[in-house]
Design a protein around this ligand. Structure first.
Ligand code: PGA
Length: 246
């Protein structure tokens, strides 16, 4: 895929003031070689929309409800996200799977509701450290991927993104090794090919301790169509450096 996708996940960080400074740096970027997206906390979506409209940067959310609306205190629906012109939403991030006990059924519902509103879901997949030690990495990742591929009929390959994020690499400061990344991306690509002949249109991102130093090598790997960046996306200069590394 020609243009890489570089996605920043701010997680639960930011304030109106600090966001304004970040948005300013991002909105001033021109001629970026990659497609760049920032995923901000819900409460800052209006600020993201106001600050980034007309710029080269897109925005989105970090989660979405598995319900379309109603008595679900604290939840935010896909319809609400589309009110703020969200382009992308994370679905099944490991912090949601682990800390909020989200299972594949919930994740499939979120994925479908996002698609219904033309918001591109970024499906996060990844094994934990213990699953890796037990030699289950591929099985775990494939079961998370299959949950979506096998549940949703008429899924368009270009309508979603997959992100391989080994849980042990997230926030650790140590990205997975290049060989490990390439191997898992090949497994994911092969499964996608088996599923749909047009699946070259599905982007596969890597996430987990991506920084300006390692971004170029990761982005140059086969089957790596972009990166999902957590902590390094909070420093706009670092994030821009990663976006320009592709
Ligand atoms: P990290 O987070 O870049 O801080 O490791 C990545 C993620 O959780 O999406």
């Amino acid at each position: 895929m020609a243009q890489k996708l570089v996605v920043g996940n701010w997680k639960m960080n930011g304030s109106l003031r600090s966001n304004a400074a970040r948005f300013q740096v991002l909105a001033s970027q021109v001629q970026l070689p990659s497609c760049v997206v920032v995923l901000v906390p819900y409460v800052y979506l209006a600020q993201a929309k106001a600050s980034l409209t007309g710029s080269a940067i897109l925005w989105g959310a970090q989660d979405v409800s598995n319900q379309s609306g109603g008595a679900f205190t604290g939840d935010v629906s896909a319809e609400m996200l589309s009110d703020f012109a969200c382009h992308y939403v994370l679905v099944g991030h490991s912090e949601r799977r682990q800390l909020h006990h989200e299972n594949n059924t919930t994740i499939v519902d979120k994925f479908q509701l996002a698609l219904n509103r033309s918001i591109t879901p970024i499906l996060c997949l990844g094994e934990t450290a213990s699953e890796r030690q037990e030699g289950k990495s591929q099985a775990v990742v494939l079961s998370q991927l299959n949950a979506v591929l096998e549940s949703l009929e008429q899924l368009e390959p270009s309508s979603f993104v997959v992100a391989y994020e080994p849980v042990w690499a997230i926030g650790s400061g140590n990205a997975a090794g290049l060989k490990d990344i390439a191997a898992m991306h090949a497994v994911i690509r092969n499964r996608l090919k088996e599923w749909n002949a047009q699946s070259d249109e599905t982007r596969i991102l890597y996430g987990g301790s991506v920084n300006p130093e390692n971004a170029k090598d990761i982005l140059n790997l086969p089957n790596v169509d972009g990166v999902l960046v957590g902590s390094a996306s909070l420093d706009s200069d670092d994030f821009v450096a990663i976006a320009r590394a592709s």
